[in-house]
Design a protein around this ligand. Structure first.
Ligand code: ADP
Length: 635
């Protein structure tokens, strides 16, 4: 027999960094290393079954698919072995030598940014194989690939800086065995009670038998195929936690069996909290696809559209062929029918919740709404999608209130043909915006949008039932005028007489001159009530905030030109007419017009430089303090 040479390799820098954190810290959640290793074994068995279904020739084809765990308390040794796909030497170097889990590198990034405590996220994301070094002083892997004629290999490391690999001459069977020599403070993991309870807690639903010293200890049931009536709430919760690593109960459970025209079972969950809390689980969505209990694909991304990515769970089909390749799934008619049906199930479920338990739905919306909203391009389900949208509205008491399009429509005024909305940073800002004044006067409800995405939603869906969605910036005043006023209070100001009308119109001309090409036009306003002026967007297609986003995207900073509207029934404007009449060249007119224009820009988020506005205000305040002391006779 030839002497095999042991080769030494150094861990890559990022792995060293990860190991350093894992080796030297004492995490309360370190028991999850066992979950990670069992899940690797289960993946290895799934991969093998997949190969076997494809007709690939497999080494030791008669070995059962199973995971075996043994322990030796005296030696502080825990051993996990599986009859899965195994690894060649090249596999070992590339798989165990790099950080495979995208979660692991994100985990490191989060720690480096000090954004979070490792203990909080280690359990949730797992860091794969390396987590074993939370409990191990030495790890030995012996593995033999399912491929014919590959030698068995041994990998050994203390997790400190390097690892060794050597070819084995012994004739070992297909699969992987991992020997874990436990640290003194982790020797409990070589005790039966501890091992069993950790497996029951985290790995109970693994779909291959797990033997602990030859006794099978996991349930191995495909819960989703059981009749609903036989499943307890506890079982659902347990399965959910197994599936997601979430330690909270799910918000909702959707369990459906479909018999015709295609046959499948789905068991879906909506988590209480969105997993995307650091923005790093974005790619980590999808449902597990089974065919007759055999896992075909983990986290399949085509069973549900991305905007429903917060839904976790399992779909098991009776009709797909077992040897279907993942690459051709999307072109498979049966698969597409299943995916349409699953999407429909989720949307109908949500619609029912929204109707029957609005408070529960509000809880859902607050957590997942911002992802759900991304569904504005799901044209097949547009109506259902739109009905599930929620916004804050002028009709709600505060910023927490939620309103649906249906509710809005049910409260619409006689003859109202459009649904109105306005975007702003907060309820306080939107509700005092000059654009809203006419709506208050007419008692027309306005949806308040605070998330820039809401505007994209509105401008891409464009309609709800027969009603056009309109930004209050883009209304046709004629349509609004037709609707009755609610406020019958006497107007504060008398109508302008003929002469005053002429003066007002000359004042407007003067304003045009002052503002020049900074505005499209200056006009008398029909929409203002409490404010002296506002800017109107002449762009039919885009609202101011959308234009702002576009400008930011194009790195173009010049705001779009708008029309300045002037409220003649405002004290300031009435006084301005008088000043103008006395002396059309009075400096006060200039200052006031500039001020009105810039404040309107400020409200629209269009004012690029506030310096001149601020110094003008200071100058005007100084003047008014003089007038104030004179009028009040203060010396
Ligand atoms: P992940 O499981 O997310 O890929 P790990 O660090 O846990 O990350 O594992 C890295 C890779 O090592 C796996 O993707 C797999 O290819 C390989 N591997 C780990 N354990 C086993 C095993 N028991 N049998 C076969 N391959 C394994």
């Amino acid at each position: 027999m030839s002497e095999n040479v042991t080769q030494k390799y150094e861990f890559k820098a990022e792995i060293k960094q990860l190991l350093d954190i894992l080796v030297h810290s004492l995490y309360t959640s370190r028991e999850i290393f066992l979950r990670e290793l069992i899940s690797n074994s289960s993946d290895a068995l799934d991969k093998l079954r997949f190969e076997s279904n494809r007709g690939t020739t497999i080494l030791d084809a008669d070995l059962p698919f199973e995971i075996k765990i043994t322990f030796d308390e005296k030696k502080q040794l825990l051993t996990i072995s599986d009859t899965g796909i195994g690894m060649t030497k090249a596999d070992l170097i590339s798989n165990i030598g790099t950080i495979a889990k995208s979660g692991s590198s994100e985990f490191l990034k989060q720690l480096a940014d000090n954004k979070t405590d490792a203990n909080n996220i280690i359990g949730k994301f797992g860091v794969g194989f390396y987590s074993v070094f939370m409990v191990a002083k030495e790890v030995v892997i012996r593995t033999k690939s399912f491929k014919m004629d590959e030698p068995a290999v041994e990998w050994k490391s203390d997790g400190l800086g390097d690892y060794e690999i050597v070819d084995l001459n012994e004739n070992i069977k297909r699969g992987t065995t991992i020997e874990i020599y436990l640290k003194d403070d982790a020797k409990e993991f070589a005790e039966r009670y501890k091992i069993e309870s950790v497996i029951k807690k985290h790995s109970n639903f693994i779909s291959f038998p797990i033997y602990l010293d030859s006794e099978k200890i996991n349930t191995v049931s495909a819960l989703w195929r059981e009749p609903k009536s036989s499943i307890t709430k506890e079982q659902y919760k347990e399965f959910y936690k197994f599936l997601t690593y979430d330690n909270e109960d799910p918000l909702d459970v959707i369990h459906v069996s479909v018999d015709a025209p295609i046959q499948f079972n789905s068991l879906l969950f909506i988590p209480k909290k969105n997993f995307d809390f650091f923005g790093f689980n974005r790619e980590d969505y999808g449902l597990d696809l089974y065919v007759r209990r055999v896992l075909i694909q983990h986290k399949n991304k085509d069973l549900l559209p991305e905007y429903l990515g917060f839904v976790k769970g399992v779909v098991d089909s009776e009709d797909l062929p077992l040897n279907i390749s993942r690459e051709t799934l999307q072109e498979n008619i049966i698969f597409n029918k299943i995916s349409q049906s699953v999407t429909g199930q989720v949307l109908s479920y949500l619609a029912k919740k929204a109707k029957d338990e609005p408070e529960h739905y509000a809880e859902f919306w607050k957590e997942h709404g911002k992802y759900f909203k991304l569904g504005y391009s799901d044209f097949t389900n547009l109506e259902k999608y739109s009905q599930l949208l929620r916004f804050n509205s002028s009709n709600n008491e505060d910023a927490n209130g939620l309103t649906s399009f249906d509710e809005y429509v049910s409260r619409m005024k006689e003859d109202q043909k459009e649904i109105y909305y306005h975007f702003g940073p907060s309820r306080a800002a939107v509700s005092v915006n000059p654009h809203i004044e006419i709506f208050k006067k007419k008692g027309i409800e306005v949806l308040y949008l605070y998330d820039p995405l809401d505007e994209f939603v509105m401008s891409s869906i464009r309609k709800f039932k027969d009603f056009d969605l309109k930004s209050v910036e883009q209304i046709d005043m004629k349509k609004i005028d037709k609707l009755k006023d609610v406020e019958s209070a006497k107007p504060e100001f008398q109508e302008l007489n003929k002469q005053e009308k002429l003066q007002f119109s000359s004042l407007i001309d003067k304003m045009k001159k002052i503002l020049g090409d900074r505005v499209v036009d200056v006009k008398e306003s029909q929409r203002l009530k409490d404010s002296p002026a506002c800017l109107i967007n002449n762009d039919e297609m885009m609202t101011s905030s959308m234009q702002k986003i576009m400008r930011m995207a194009n790195k173009d900073s010049a705001p779009v030109k708008k029309t300045l509207e002037i409220n003649k029934d405002h004290k300031l404007v009435r006084n301005l007419i008088k000043v103008f009449n006395a002396n059309p060249e009075d400096e006060f007119i200039n200052d006031t017009v500039e001020q009105l224009f810039e404040t309107a820009q400020l409200l629209d988020g269009d004012l690029l430089d506030t310096h001149t506005l601020v110094s003008r205000i200071n100058k005007m305040l100084e003047q008014s303090s003089d007038w104030y002391t004179t009028v009040k006779n203060i010396s």
